[in-house]
Ligand binder design. Structure first.
Ligand code: SF4
Ligand code: SF4
Ligand code: SF4
Length: 508
């Protein structure tokens, strides 16, 4: 029964359609819930995923520090479709820790983790020959990893994976380690398919013989390269490094060492250089991938003044690729990568025709085939990609039609590529084909602003600690770095950054 008060309220309510329209709309649409970090104290807090002004926002609430928000995606459509593309991950063969306190405190990997290791990382030193203002590693110049400990760490990782797809030797600056070449050789002999050295390139620029040794050891190089403007290097690396970077690239080409070019993309600083960097990729013989990394605020740049609602996101970076290539590469040419969480990264494969024109593979291979192909691996298996493309090309040829393309020039490119692939098929010349595949990947690492437990649990990039424990790279950077484990080989990751933060707060 309706009481008197409700009756009065109903009579007083606006009755016209106009009045109903004028009723205030909610400021945002609720999309989902996750766990995140308070950017002030790093405590685990609940977070809502909201859609507002055609953007995806994460809104958190910390009982101590109140509300905070961060931009998660500049493109609602991409975000929702990519979330729907999530596929079940592959589990590792065994786990390093038990579920005890819950994610993210049980890293090891624990049985709650949703993906095996696609990329393993080992820090071999915390010495570096640079002091970059954006460094996430906070180097302290105190240790080099002992080779016996390195072998143990490798054994532990291989035990959990069977075969490690990819190992990145990192630091600090790993080329300063006196046994770095030996480390590469050991990994190659012990069930590691691909070994990359994450480097600033300074030693490579100066030491021809060292590059030759790396080539002999079958290492690949993951080279930080932030564009062609000396001022950019001064701002984000502390000095003008352009000459050194180009010298390093020259030497790597001389010895045909595969290179992954890794630009940190700093909004408003070097984001206009993406086009020229992609040109460098397509024109180079030995640069196989460019991995664009939107700047993440960890380590030295953690306290930099930032409006988290203007942070560069994965989707904006894709837009920058489209803009930087004058539309030759489109947003639709990028694939969700189901290997990790789709908001962690995306990839676009390019095929080069005989004139080095790059055509995205999505123009003639069904993207859904890709999803299975890259489901659980980070690196291009060119043989498999060749088979995939051959199938697609055969289909096109038998249908006697080229699929719907954006313009004439693309069609011409496709025709040339069909010729190239057919030629390779006829002669079974997969090497020729392999050399003409290039990859643009975007990897958006997490900082304290955008850390999301759902992404962490599906992480496939894992840091191997000297104890053999393996931790998601983003968890390591945001929560566990300077746990003491890398330096003392401590069995516990007890002294994590959250505790350090709490101690600092208590002391002040
Ligand atoms: S990130 Fe993975 S391994 Fe770490 S605590 Fe969470 S579920 Fe476990
Ligand atoms: S970003 Fe790399 S090169 Fe720069 S200081 Fe850090 S470890 Fe050294
Ligand atoms: S390292 Fe970070 S960004 Fe990369 S897959 Fe793991 S959680 Fe995602």
């Amino acid at each position: 029964m309706i009481d008197q008060e409700t009756r009065r309220a109903c009579r007083a309510a606006p009755k016209t359609a106009q009045a109903r329209l004028e009723r205030e709309q909610a400021k945002h649409m609720y999309y989902g819930l996750t766990n995140a970090l308070c950017p002030t104290c790093l405590q685990l807090v609940r977070a809502q995923i909201l859609i507002r002004d055609e953007k995806v926002i994460m809104r958190k609430y910390c009982p101590e520090h109140g509300h905070s928000e961060v931009l998660v995606s500049s493109d609602v459509d991409w975000f929702t479709k990519s979330i729907n593309s999530i596929k079940p991950g592959e589990r590792p063969l065994s786990f390093g820790t038990a579920v005890n306190r819950g994610c993210p405190y049980d890293c090891g990997l624990c049985p709650d983790h949703q993906q095996h290791t696609c990329v393993a990382q080992i820090e071999v030193t915390n010495y570096c020959n640079l002091d970059c203002p954006i460094c996430y590693a906070e180097n302290r110049a105190t240790w080099f990893l002992d080779i016996e400990r390195y072998k143990f760490m490798l054994r532990e990782a291989v035990k959990r994976e069977g075969v490690l797809n990819q190992l990145n030797l990192t630091g600090g600056e790993p080329t300063l380690h006196p046994q770095i070449v030996e480390m590469v050789k050991i990994a190659r002999k012990n069930r590691v398919s691909m070994v990359l050295i994450n480097t600033n390139g300074l030693r490579l620029a100066e030491d021809d013989d060292f590059v030759r040794q790396l080539a002999d050891a079958r290492a690949a190089i993951y080279l930080s390269f932030d564009g062609f403007d000396p001022e950019v290097y001064k701002t984000i690396r502390g000095e003008d490094l352009l000459g050194k970077k180009l010298q390093a690239l020259e030497k790597l080409e001389k010895y045909n060492v595969p290179v992954v070019l890794v630009p940190a993309i700093y909004k408003g600083l070097n984001d206009h250089e993406i086009g020229p960097m992609i040109k460098l990729l397509t024109e180079s013989k030995n640069i196989v991938t460019i991995q664009l990394q939107p700047l993440f605020y960890v380590g030295s740049c953690e306290e930099e003044e930032l409006n988290p609602l203007e942070k560069l996101t994965l989707t904006e970076t894709i837009d920058l690729v489209e803009k930087g290539t004058d539309g030759a590469i489109k947003k639709s040419d990028f694939m969700y990568v189901p290997c990790h969480h789709p908001m962690c990264g995306t990839v676009c494969y390019l095929l080069l025709d005989e004139k080095n024109n790059a055509v995205p593979l999505t123009r003639f291979v069904d993207p859904n085939l890709y999803l299975d192909y890259i489901k659980n691996r980070p690196w291009v298996d060119r043989q498999e990609l060749f088979n995939l493309t051959r199938g697609a090309v055969e289909k096109i040829a038998s249908a006697a039609a080229i699929p719907d393309m954006a313009g004439g020039t693309v069609e011409e490119n496709i025709e040339q590529i069909i010729g190239l692939v057919s030629d390779c098929c006829a002669t079974n010349n997969t090497r020729k084909f392999r050399n003409r595949i290039k990859q643009i990947s975007i990897h958006a690492f997490m900082d304290k602003y955008c850390w999301d437990q759902q992404r962490a649990q599906k992480c496939c990039v894992h840091v191997i600690l000297p104890t053999g424990r393996m931790i998601s790279f983003c968890n390591y950077n945001n929560l566990h770095r300077y746990a003491g484990s890398a330096i003392t080989y401590d069995n516990q990751i007890g002294i994590n950054r959250m505790k350090i933060r709490s101690r600092q707060r208590t002391n002040t």
